[in-house]
Design a protein around this ligand. Structure first.
Ligand code: SF4
Length: 151
């Protein structure tokens, strides 16, 4: 089984109520064996919702209680993001999934890059909270940009 970020197959679960539909990933889903997840919705956040960025570190720092996830109004939503990561992991484990394709640059899903926490549009190296938790638990995480790469 393969886990994918639900927004990548056209589910309108993005913070602004839209999606990030990727035609090839949607085709994978149609063939079967794919479980869509949205960690932010699974964490109890509404759609639409405020955008949020990790401040003071990466997804691993959030999991370890060393960084926050804040909205532009300064609300800390880290607990919802952590809850969503744990629920996503539960689904992945129940399904025996060993791989995931997660949406780049998301504070939940980003496998390689996230925003810098200042709402400046600047991108920095780092993982989202769910991507980090999946990796810690032995689930291989790719993004929509490198999921076809072997190995
Ligand atoms: Fe997509 Fe992940 Fe953001 Fe949900 S949390 S909208 S699945 S990138």
């Amino acid at each position: 089984m393969l886990i994918v970020s639900a927004c990548l197959i056209g589910v309108n679960c993005k913070y602004d109520g839209g999606n990030n539909c990727h035609p090839e990933i949607l085709e994978l889903y149609k063939k079967g064996g794919v479980i869509p997840i949205c960690p932010e919705q699974l964490g109890g956040l509404s759609t639409p919702r405020s955008p949020a960025e990790i401040r003071g570190g990466s997804g691993g720092d959030v999991l370890d209680g060393k960084a926050r996830i804040i909205t532009p109004h300064g609300e800390d939503v880290a607990e919802s993001f952590k809850r969503g990561a744990l629920e996503s992991l539960k689904l992945a484990k129940h399904a025996g999934a060993k791989k995931a394709i997660l949406k780049e640059k998301s504070p939940s899903c980003g496998p390689y890059f996230i925003y810098d926490g200042a709402f400046s549009g600047r991108i920095v190296a780092g993982k989202g909270v769910t991507a980090e938790l999946f990796q810690r638990e032995g689930i291989k995480v790719n993004s929509e940009n490198d999921f076809k790469r072997k190995g």
